[in-house]
Design a protein around this ligand. Structure first.
Ligand code: MN3
Length: 218
């Protein structure tokens, strides 16, 4: 009997493990980023938009054993092999998870260390970096994203349209994303209306620099 129970427990464990793609809980409460990002926007953004991308992604990969077993970064790397529904919804699923993990309640200051030194070396100062990042956000026409990535050891600010991201169609490990901001209107319209610049300023106040420093590969 005890052996049977153990086998049953193992089967459950294996079953749980087989679920490669999970919808993670938001790492903080909806109102945790107030007053910069408002609770209503967070609620709708996470529980409707992000959940919607996840659900549609799961529907798009259903029955495809390759897509069901590959990790998201592995799927991103081979995205040109897959249908548009996988690209748009897989991107939306991964991008938002990364976006939530780029912010922290109360914000943070960048710790002294390798990432700060690199930003100052490459961009001149923290202020200059943030100005470039903001300008990139303003330059996105329509819906898309801005990223700080590390590529071959170099920091780069890049933009992507719709739900694309810098991991798409490059080998896993080529690009190390450090920071992302969603500049779709649904990310800010309730609080900031058409003022994307004000939204980016507020986003900057809640960046989780400790998380970025951990992602940075010295
Ligand atoms: Mn969004």
């Amino acid at each position: 009997m005890r052996i049977l129970v153990s086998i049953f427990a193992l089967m459950i464990f294996a079953g749980l493990n087989a679920q490669t793609h999970v919808f993670k809980p938001l790492p903080y409460a909806y109102d945790a980023l107030e007053p910069y990002i408002d609770a209503k926007t967070m609620e709708i953004h996470y529980s409707k938009h992000h959940q919607g991308y996840y659900d549609k992604f799961m529907a798009a990969i259903k029955g495809n054993s390759t897509l069901e077993s590959l990790s998201l970064p592995e799927i991103m790397a081979r995205m040109n092999e897959f249908p548009a529904a996988v690209r748009n919804n897989g991107g939306g699923y991964w991008n938002h998870e990364f976006f939530w993990e780029s912010m922290t309640p109360g914000g943070s200051t960048i710790p002294d260390g390798a990432l700060k030194n690199r930003i100052i070396t490459q961009f001149g100062s923290m202020e200059k970096f943030l100005e470039e990042f903001k300008n990139a956000g303003l330059s996105v026409f329509g819906s898309g994203w801005v990223w700080l990535i590390q590529e071959k050891g170099t920091l780069k600010i890049v933009t992507t349209p719709i739900q694309d991201n810098p991991l798409m169609n490059v080998p896993v490990g080529t690009v190390n994303p450090l920071l992302a901001i969603d500049v779709w209107e649904h990310a800010y319209y309730l609080k900031h209306q058409n003022k994307r610049a004000a939204y980016i300023d507020d986003f900057i106040k809640v960046i989780d620099w400790n998380a970025l420093s951990k992602r940075f590969d010295e």
